[in-house]
Design a binder for this molecule. Structure first.
Ligand code: MGD
Ligand code: MGD
Ligand code: SF4
Ligand code: MO
Length: 734
């Protein structure tokens, strides 16, 4: 921002502040209490809603028996859950009854991070936040407040902060998760893979999983479709350094050396091209730059890939031929958590190109074209004009199409390109989800305001100045889920049961905060029911019907090219880009090129992490129903290595990383099911927040050991599989 525009801008924001202060005095009367659920105290009531134990948003039906929450099941008319929830969804009711929940708003009493609080009223909390926000606005401008939010529940708070005037919103689900994949696919096909992924797993005749550990990674629809594909006799090919649950269903299991997948994918493509096995009509019709692509991968033979990947040339050839045999119903799964090694966009682009060779994009058994209902947004007043975002100055990461959470963190530390002085954190536990905890804490220490909205006293809440306790998903309305999927539908989350204490839903907080900030005109609706009704009426849909059924489905539409779905590619060439001029122009490889990853130092293991079927990230370890099924994580160590280290299954050890960070104690799982050069653990354990009395110090945190990360130069993703650990025996004192 130039000096001139900043001066002008400060004047404008000063004017806004005056208006705000005046307005905040008269908000009391307009505040509308949240609609309580108030279920009958006798008999059983079934209330449809959608799940929030992860971000898949399965349609569910919760039952209240004699006024108490009883159980939750899949909604049979929901296309995502198809009437069945995953184990986490079923255990979701434990979130409501968790005795360690946040109960009332809190304001920090002593130093940051010491978790010493004073309970305050909601009005006091909002007054405190608004005062700090006014000061930040006056001193630095509203863009100096940033928000991190994960999930649909963040929508209303985002609205309030946009009205306040900031453009800075990010989530770890981009740079720490699916960002590299989405950018790789977008560059190739012109579109993202989306969430839910547009993968036609159930019709695949050959399914290739590169790391994607379906069955442990429990995204419901995918897991159900995976079981269907297996039942239909589909050929499963799994490349994973660890023999995963999915690997146990595979015809071909490739125990690949971690970090070398790009070499494998290039070699697969080399076989398919040199043997002429690709979908020639499809490539001719839709492809751009195929000849240059073919020339670029000509040297990437299976023999070349063998020493890189550890996968024998015959296996690479056999699996490539198997993929080609089933084309176009061969789905090379794009993965989701793709922030692994820092070259992840190029690896994902190679996966996209392999699918393109097989003609699977837009085809049955490959990738469908998602459709959705048309439900207009609420007609809010226009937001103030905001300056450029802070996370990616000068387009340093030219292909990032979403904000980079770690970029906001960096700006908070350096004050460049402009200072960030306030963070709003909604439903994301940044201590566990951003790499390098020390950097996160350093950024936090530079803030004038950290507000955390959470349901439990998480690690990030422990650092907050103000903690706002939210009602869990079973106790609140949220925004409509207007899904992009195989068929159009809209789903409703509605309160099943009242909150036990003084927790409030996000929409209520967002509206009250806006009112306190003098931004009441951004909330023309009285309560969320009015908001939802307005949106649904505008779409010609009935709120009453949606409350009763939970889901309204639209008419099916074609989702495959062969059935009439449009075969359009929003790339610069308008085609599938085997060769990318935009990458070349920006100084990157126009066709992916493999670079060898660093080896673990002698005696060290590469640290890998993944999912457990009964937990979501770091958010469910406190849930008593889910923790009953899995209370702590284990570290998988190759059986031979364990013998050499003189540790056995069940022993406690600690992991020490290359920067001398030592983990909490963790039990060993000595197994043949993992390569000797890496160890593996489930992410999300090893809680350190004192208020999480039940989950505290159970298992170890992978995040704590991820002090290093490799940044993807294309889009700023943070590859986290680049840390090495040694195994330290746990000294037990008798
Ligand atoms: N080390 C490491 N880091 C990772 C990953 C990894 O595997 N290892 N995975 C990456 C991936 S794939 C992703 S998508 C991200 C996910 O990272 P996050 O989005 O940070 O996910 P969670 O750890 O589940 O954090 C969710 C937080 O929301 C809170 N919460 C739960 N329910 C509610 C609610 O109803 N309302 C509110 N207000 N809060 C709620 C939880 O208590 C928790 O504090 O992390 C990324 N970071
Ligand atoms: N139960 C449950 N399910 C979930 C979630 C959850 O928290 N809980 N989170 C959801 C979210 S947001 C995401 S992003 C996904 C994450 O799930 P996935 O998209 O499947 O991604 P990762 O967690 O990275 O995958 C971990 C797997 O990759 C393997 N792996 C590690 N390094 C390499 C390598 O270099 N090469 C290969 N080929 N394999 C490797 C590991 O051994 C492990 O089997 O899960 C989703 N599903
Ligand atoms: S996949 Fe499981 S946890 Fe996620 S929304 Fe569906 S039922 Fe809930
Ligand atoms: Mo993710």
């Amino acid at each position: 921002m130039s000096a001139y525009s900043r001066r002008k801008f400060l004047k404008i924001s000063a004017a806004t502040v005056t208006a705000a202060t005046a307005a905040s005095a008269c908000t009391e009367a307009s505040a509308t209490p949240p609609a309580p659920a108030r279920r009958a105290t006798k008999g059983v009531e079934r209330v449809p809603t959608y799940c929030d134990v992860c971000f898949w948003k399965c349609g569910a039906i919760a039952s209240v028996r004699d006024g108490a929450l009883w159980k939750i099941e899949g909604n049979p008319i929901d296309p995502l859950s198809r009437g069945r929830l995953c184990p986490r969804g079923t255990g979701g009711i434990g979130a409501h009854s968790d005795p360690d929940r946040l109960k009332r708003p809190l304001i920090r009493r002593s130093d940051r991070g010491r978790e010493e609080w004073a309970e305050v009223s909601w009005d006091e909390a909002f007054a405190y936040i608004a005062k700090k926000m006014h000061t930040i606005k006056e001193t630095h401008g509203p863009e100096s407040v940033a928000m991190f939010a994960h999930g649909i529940g963040g929508n209303f708070l985002k609205h309030t902060l946009k009205a306040y005037g900031t453009p800075n919103f990010a989530a770890p689900s981009f740079a720490q998760c699916r960002g590299p994949r989405d950018v790789g696919f977008r560059m190739t096909f012109g579109e993202d893979v989306g969430s839910p992924e547009r993968t036609d797993i159930k019709n695949a005749q050959c399914l290739v999983l590169i790391g994607s550990h379906l069955g442990e990674n429990m995204h419901n629809t995918q897991v159900q479709e995976f079981a269907e594909a297996v039942g239909n006799g589909a050929t499963i090919i799994v490349a994973d350094p660890r023999f995963s649950v999915a690997a146990s269903k595979a015809k071909h299991y490739l125990p690949i050396k971690p970090g070398t997948d790009l070499a494998l994918v290039l070699a697969w493509m080399n076989v398919i091209v040199t043997e002429g096995l690709y979908d020639k009509d499809y490539v001719a019709k839709y492809g751009f730059g195929f000849d240059q692509f073919a020339a670029s991968i000509a040297a990437n033979t299976p023999e070349w890939a063998y020493p890189e990947t550890g996968i024998e040339p015959e296996v690479i050839r056999a699996t490539a031929r198997e993929m080609a045999r089933h084309k176009p119903a061969t789905l090379v799964h794009p993965g989701r958590h793709s922030a692994w090694y820092g070259d992840d966009t190029q690896r994902s682009r190679a996966v996209a190109l392999l699918n393109a060779l097989l003609g699977s994009w837009g085809r049955k058994g490959g990738f469908y074209t998602p459709v959705s209902m048309s439900v207009p947004g609420y007609p809010y007043p226009a937001y103030p004009t905001a300056p450029a975002k802070v996370d990616n100055p000068g387009g340093k990461y030219p292909f990032a199409h979403e904000a980079i959470s770690t970029g906001i963190r960096e700006a908070t530390i350096t004050g460049q390109p402009y200072p960030i002085k306030g963070w709003f954190v909604y439903a994301t536990n940044l201590i566990h989800s951003l790499p390098n905890e020390a950097e996160t804490i350093k950024a936090i220490q530079n803030l004038d305001l950290l507000v955390v909205v959470d349901v439990i006293p998480s690690e990030i809440a422990g650092w907050a100045d103000v903690v706002l306790p939210e009602s869990v998903y079973l106790e609140r309305y949220d925004d409509l889920n207007v899904e992009w999927f195989r068929e159009p539908f809209v789903a409703l989350r509605q309160p099943v049961i009242d909150s036990p204490d003084d927790q409030k839903p996000n929409w209520w907080m967002a509206k009250r905060l806006a009112e306190t900030l003098g931004l009441a005109h951004y909330y023309p609706w009285k309560n969320i029911e009015e908001y939802l009704d307005h949106r649904l009426t505008a779409a010609g849909l009935s709120f009453d019907e949606l409350k009763k059924e939970g889901i309204i489905r639209g008419a099916p539409q074609p989702i495959f090219f062969d059935d009439g779905a449009p075969s359009e590619f929003a790339t610069p060439s308008g085609k599938i880009e085997f060769f990318s001029l935009q990458l070349q122009k920006a100084g990157f490889d126009p066709v992916p090129v493999y670079h060898r990853p660093a080896e673990p130092p002698a005696g060290s293991f590469r640290l890998l992490a993944g999912r457990a079927p009964v937990h979501t990230f770091s958010r469910t370890q406190s849930n008593r129903i889910l923790s009953d099924m899995m209370d702590e994580n284990e570290v998988w160590i190759n059986a031979d290595m364990a013998r050499r280290l003189d540790v056995k299954s069940g022993d406690y050890v600690r992991l020490k990383n290359q920067d001398a960070v030592v983990s909490n104690r963790i039990r060993v799982k000595a197994t043949e099911r993992i390569r000797p050069d890496c160890v593996y653990m489930v992410h999300g354990f090893g809680h350190t927040a004192r208020g999480l009395r039940h989950a505290l110090q159970k298992g170890a945190s992978d995040a704590g050991l991820i002090t290093r990360y490799a940044t993807d130069p294309l889009m700023g993703g943070t590859g986290m599989n680049v840390n090495f650990v040694t195994i330290e025996p746990e000294v037990t004192h008798g």
